[in-house]
Design a protein around this ligand. Structure first.
Ligand SMILES: [Zn+2]
Length: 208
């Protein structure tokens, strides 16, 4: 590990301060200044066993997420996944698979990557569980921003196709931002209909 650090000296993605030995992508000062959610676990779990968003969707996280998604600033993915990993003590203990919210292939081709998959991989490693990839987004849903909750839900009907998979006890959906939760909810319903017993959701930030 020290060799990797030696070869790739890192600095804070937000302020540029060189990282100390126990810091990763975000320095201690910037980490404590993030817009942490004082109640990250939602009291209204909905179809989810547990619904967690670590931060409020505000500066500098909103800018970091947009830079990652729309300007390919991939170094933010490591920082955002480190934030997700801080959720470990809050997560249910029986999670046996992690699922990044799938992007439609056309949007993934345009963007070059699925940001949720980049964020979910370190979470799966941390929990020591599989990262699921055989769930497809079968309808290219239009961008959800600007739509009300009913329109979002309508957009998302039959949006996901769950491929053949081993039965899972508890799948953790990972996404960058939850707004109304309509996307994660549609995905959760598809998973539950396919035989998954429980579904939870973990996001970096909650908007609104
Ligand atoms: Zn910093």
């Amino acid at each position: 590990m020290w060799l990797l650090d030696f070869l790739a000296p890192r600095s804070c993605v937000f302020c540029g301060t060189p990282s100390t030995a126990d810091e990763k992508s975000i320095c201690t000062g910037c980490l404590s200044d993030l817009p942490w959610n004082e109640a990250p676990v939602s009291p209204l779990p909905d179809v989810f066993e547990c619904s967690i968003a670590m931060l409020h969707y505000s500066f500098p996280i909103d800018a970091a997420i947009k830079a990652l998604k729309f300007h390919r600033k991939l170094f933010y993915a490591a920082a955002l996944s480190e934030i997700l990993c801080t959720a470990q003590p809050l997560l249910p203990s029986d999670i046996d698979a992690v699922l990044p919210v799938p992007l439609h292939w056309r949007r993934k081709a345009l963007r070059g990557f699925n940001q949720a998959a980049e964020l979910a991989q370190p979470v799966a490693s941390l929990l020591g569980v599989a990262l699921l990839r055989n769930i497809r987004r079968t309808r290219a849903t239009p961008y959800q921003s600007g739509l009300n909750a009913a329109a979002r839900a309508r957009n998302l009907r039959r949006a996901f196709t769950v491929g053949r998979m081993d039965p899972h006890r508890h799948i953790l959906i990972v996404d960058d931002v939850v707004t109304t939760g309509a996307t994660a909810r549609a995905l959760a319903k598809s998973l539950l209909a396919a035989g998954t017993r429980k579904v939870s959701v973990l996001a970096v930030a909650r908007a609104g």
